[in-house]
Every structure is written in C-alpha cells, then in structure tokens.
Ligand binder design. Structure first.
Ligand code: NAG
Ligand code: NAG
Ligand code: NAG
Ligand code: NAG
Length: 550
C-alpha cells in the first residue's frame, strides 16, 4: 500500500473507530514470590499467576488492555510496558516518577490502549531490584487483519526472552547497591527463564514442522550484558525491530542489546533433528552461554554439541546496526505518519547532549547523566506537575543541553527532569566516554536512531546521519567511546522516563525524566488523572485539581 493510500486508510479507520470501540482484553495478575532454579540453584523469583517468565500479553493494534495487578509481595510494586507508547497516558508509565507504587497486599488496575502500534515488546517491574527476580514477560501487538504484514503469515510464533541472570536474590543485590558497591558479574544467561543443559536431555522449548517458517520474537530482558542470539544451522531473516518492519536482511546471528527486541523468520529447511538456539553474552571477558532446544516434528537425533561461534568485538556490532533499515514501503500502523516519514526534513528545535558517567558520592557508587544522578522524590514528578506544586518537589532543567566535556567528573544527586516543549522536534546525542556498552530506553515515544559513531559528537557529525530510513524504535545502544544520535517529535504529553537499561546504572541514578506539558491542559493532548489513581507524598491530602477540559 502506498503512502497516500495509507493516509486515506488511516482516515477511514479513524472514522470507523468512532462508531465501534476497540476490543478489550482483561487480565488478572497475581504477583508472588516463588522458589525456582533458573540456573540450577534454588532462589527466590517473582512469578505472575505462578509463571516465570510471566504470561504473554497478546493483542492487536488499538486493542484495550486491562490488567488488575494483585501485589502479594512484601514490598511496593510497579510494572512498566517497555515500548508501548501510551499516547496521552503517562498515568500508566509504571515508573516511580509517574506513579505511586502499589502497596503490598493491595491491587491496582492498569488500563491502556496499544494505539497505532504493532510489534514485539515486554513488561517488567521497575521497583527496587525486582527486575533481578523476574516479573517480566512478553507483550505482542499484532497487525490488524486489514493491514497486511510484509511477509507470509508464519506457521507459528515464539517469544524468546533472553538475558543475563544473577543467582543472588534481588534483596541481596539491592543491599550491595545500597551499600555503595556494584552488582558484579552476572552468574549466567537464561532463555525464557531457563538455562539449557545443552547435552541433549533438555525438553524442546520450540518445535518446527519441516518446511514451515516461524517467527521468533527475541528480546533482551537482562540486566547488564548485550546478548548474541543465533540458531545452529539456520539463518534468520530480520522482519521487525521494536514495532517497525525492516528491510528483510538475512543474518547468521544478531546482537540484541539490553532492552531491545527483534523479530526474525526462521524456516525449518535443514535435516529434521534437534538444533540449539544459542544466547551468549557479548563484550565480556568470560562469555556466558545458554541453549534452548528446537525440535523438528518427526525429526530424529540430538542437536550437535558444537555451537556456532559468536562474533567478537564491537565493530561487527556497529556494522550490523548500520545494516538495519526501515522498510518504507511496508504498510503498518504508524504513529503520526504525516510527520514520521519525513523526519530528515524537519528542523531540529533542540539538541540535548547526554553524557553518562560513573563515580562516587560520599564514598558510594553512583551513575549519572550530565553530572546528575537521579533520585525519585516521594511525590511522583507527574503528580507534582498535575497538582501544580513542582516548586516543592523538583527543579526543571538542572542539567545543561550542551555540557562541558568534563561534566562527568563531579556527580550531584537530585531529581533530573528535562522540560521538553510540546511538539518540539528534538535531537538527543548520547555520548559514552566509558569503556562499557550503554543501552538507553525512552518511554512514551519511538525515535529515529540516525547514527552511532566512534569519538565525540560535533554538529558537523550530522553529515553522517541516516535521514531516510532509520528504524523507528525505542532503545538504542552506544558502544564504548562512541556517540549515538536519535530524533523524535515530543508530541506525546506526559512525564516520560529516559533510562539506562543496565539495572545497576538505572537504580543508582542513570536515568531522567522528560516532561512534556501541553499548555492547554486539554483532553485533546492528555487524559485526565484516572479514577482511583493512588496519590502519595505531599499531594496525598490535597484537593484534586480541576480536570482537563475537552
Ligand atoms: C494472538 O493474537 C493474534 C492476533 O490477535 C491471534 O491471531 C493469535 O491467535 C493470538 N494467539 C494466542 C496464543 O492467543
Ligand atoms: C481490585 O480488584 C477488585 C476485583 O477483585 C476490583 O473490583 C477493584 O477495582 C480493584 N482495585 C483497583 C484499585 O484496581
Ligand atoms: C518491504 O515491504 C514490501 C511490502 O510488503 C515488500 O514487498 C518488500 O519486499 C519489502 N522490502 C524489503 C527490502 O524487505
Ligand atoms: C528550516 O530552517 C531553514 C533554515 O533556517 C528555513 O529556511 C526553513 O524555512 C525551515 N523549515 C521549516 C519547515 O520550518
């Protein structure tokens, strides 16, 4: 379908929606502790309805999702929906800057619509170090039948949540960070909550009928390391990255950085037997590996114990990044299609350079962005804005857009909030002076990652940007001593978290919020504070402000 048709189509579908509400999917989640052995050692994990990883949320573009979460843990809890844009609805952001956490022994109902999105996502808890105990699960948004996907409908599809894992419990890990130390090295890698023994005795995790093609939706839900994913004897055809249909290149393996999701098509075209899906850590001295068995239906014979090798070094990874292209002719649900096709032609209204750093404050390890290590005030930032008491809770723009190169030498602890102007077109440059790979995620938006390059950024570097077909996505890696540039239109009013996806970095302050206030306080731009929205901190007993106008 051409662009013009697409516009007409979006117009027609909007028209239809006025008359018929999109379907609702209702879920009840019981969140508990349980004892499981992801790496062979019994430990406390977080289950949802007794499942680890949690249940798959499966839906179609524009569906409404209602999840009643019962927190049976002994600590406050929040979930975030990684990559779901939550148009006009940062009330369900699920981070401590927007929400009061769900107290233990109580329940709270998240309601959101997966507006104009397709793709592979996941959810996870954002409170304390709960993420280190699990509580994550896949979230899949299918294309509406009326909007064809740019490939034949696969025989079946599998979600594959890969990631590094610690055998120390989340409470022990939290104590380490609270006492000023780091998390150290993860203990291993898991695939959908398990580490395969890889000796032919594992039950198959995936099955394929000979000759058929399957979609594998691979996300890195880990805490510290990039993961390389590959399948013995099979190549993978890339079809989607975080909600965008890509040019369909074929790869032997994919680097999946923290927080990222990729969909690949795999055809069962080899000798019918078992094969290993392999996930291993990248850029680490000691490589941790895990396997999951793929079984051909009717096949005979175990998988070979010889695993395909992973690539080495980050230059390979950077080249792979450069090979990812958005398929501009594929039809798909796209937010704001008028603007997003031509992102390369929009004038930049603001450039924000963000430099990550690590250091000590009062002898304790902290991580920072432009010298500020974020801390969540007791009153969520979003509520402070809504009740118009920000002056009592935080200051906007305490970091500079264009910081000096030594900005990371000194670290201060404070709430870190960028005051974004509604509908500004911004360029954000992540500059990584450190020796480790970074991964950054922005809530509330998809963005165009227009470049990743070695060295430091100058305005002259814009010549290197891909201004045509960068893949619209929500998480981007930055290699050691490199920078990455992204662009997006701040058209989604709300308070949105921009964070390092590395768990210890995020927990120890390497995150900030982008506040995007619509001056109109209008329902056109943002939904009202939901009914029964829990309030806490200084706004707890304040009268509710007047609702937004229509
Ligand atoms: C997931 O959703 C898609 C589209 O809505 C549907 O075709 C598929 O059968 C669903 N799968 C499951 C397991 O519910
Ligand atoms: C808690 O769950 C009950 C149903 O068991 C529901 O009626 C109620 O609305 C939920 N409360 C919240 C705050 O979501
Ligand atoms: C892009 O999508 C179109 C439409 O489905 C498809 O025909 C084409 O092969 C895709 N292009 C590439 C390079 O993958
Ligand atoms: C973008 O900026 C250029 C140079 O300042 C100006 O000539 C042009 O009119 C601007 N375009 C838009 C769409 O504002």
């Amino acid at each position: 379908m051409g662009r013009l048709n697409l516009l007409i189509f979006s117009f027609l579908s909007t028209f239809v929606l006025v008359h018929c509400e999109d379907p609702y999917w209702f879920h009840t989640w019981n969140v508990n502790y349980a004892t499981q052995s992801p790496l062979g050692v019994p430990q406390q994990v977080i289950t949802i309805n007794n499942q680890f990883p949690g249940p798959r949320i499966n839906c179609t573009s524009n569906n409404n999702i209602v999840i009643n979460v019962f927190n049976n843990l002994d600590e406050p809890l929040l979930f975030t929906w990684n990559g779901i844009q939550q148009r006009k609805n940062s009330w369900v952001e699920g981070t401590l800057g927007t929400n009061c956490p769900i107290p233990p022994g109580t329940n709270y109902t998240y309601k959101f619509q997966v507006k104009d999105q397709i793709g592979s996502y996941y959810y996870y808890p954002t409170t304390a170090l709960h993420r280190a105990a699990g509580g994550h699960g896949p979230l899949v948004v299918h294309s509406r039948e009326l909007i064809p996907v740019p490939f034949d409908w696969p025989q079946d599809e599998y979600t594959v949540l890969v990631g590094d894992w610690y055998t120390k419990g989340h409470a022990t890990l939290k104590k380490l960070l609270d006492s000023g130390r780091g998390l150290g090295r993860p203990s291993g890698v898991i695939i959908n909550g398990k580490r395969g023994k890889g000796d032919g005795t594992d039950e198959p995790m995936f099955t394929m009928i000979p000759g058929k093609t399957y979609r594998y939706r691979i996300c890195n839900v880990g805490m510290k390391n990039s993961i390389n994913a590959r399948i013995q004897g099979h190549s993978m055809k890339l079809v989607e990255i975080e909600g965008s249909h890509t040019v369909q290149n074929v790869y032997d393996s994919l680097d999946v950085h923290l927080g990222q999701c990729y969909s690949v098509l795999v055809t069962a075209n080899q000798v019918p037997k078992d094969y290993f899906f392999v996930a291993s850590t990248r850029f680490t001295k000691k490589v941790e590996t895990s396997t999951a068995t793929i079984r051909y239906v009717g096949g005979k014979g175990p998988a070979s114990t010889v695993l395909p090798e992973a690539p080495t070094g980050w230059a390979w990874s950077l080249n792979q990044f450069k090979s990812f292209r958005w398929n501009l002719t594929a039809s798909a649900a796209r937010p704001n299609p008028q603007g997003s096709y031509h992102y390369g032609k929009i004038n930049i209204t603001r450039t924000i350079k963000l430099v990550n750093s690590a250091g000590a404050v009062d002898g304790k390890l902290r991580y920072a962005v432009n010298g500020v290590s974020h801390i969540d005030p007791e009153t969520p930032l979003k509520l402070a804005e809504y009740y118009q008491v920000t002056n009592k809770v935080f200051k906007y723009d305490i970091i500079q857009d264009d910081p000096p190169s030594d900005v990371g030498n000194k670290i201060v602890i404070a709430p870190n909030v960028i005051n974004g102007i509604f509908r500004n077109f911004v360029e954000i440059v992540f500059e990584n002076h450190e020796k480790s790979v970074q991964s950054w995620h922005l809530d509330g938006y998809a963005f165009f990652p227009v470049a990743i390059e070695p060295g430091t950024w100058t305005p002259d570097m814009r010549k290197k940007y891909n201004l045509i077909d960068a893949v619209s996505r929500h998480t981007i890696q930055v290699y050691p001593k490199c920078w990455a540039a992204i662009m997006t239109t701040l058209d989604n009013a709300g308070m949105w978290n921009l964070r390092s996806v590395q768990l210890e970095r995020q927990y120890l302050g390497q995150q900030l919020y982008v506040s995007v206030l619509s001056p109109a306080r209008s329902l056109r731009d943002e939904y009202n504070l939901p009914e029964n929205f829990p309030v806490c901190g200084i706004v707890k007993n304040m009268p509710k402000p007047a609702p937004y106008s229509a």
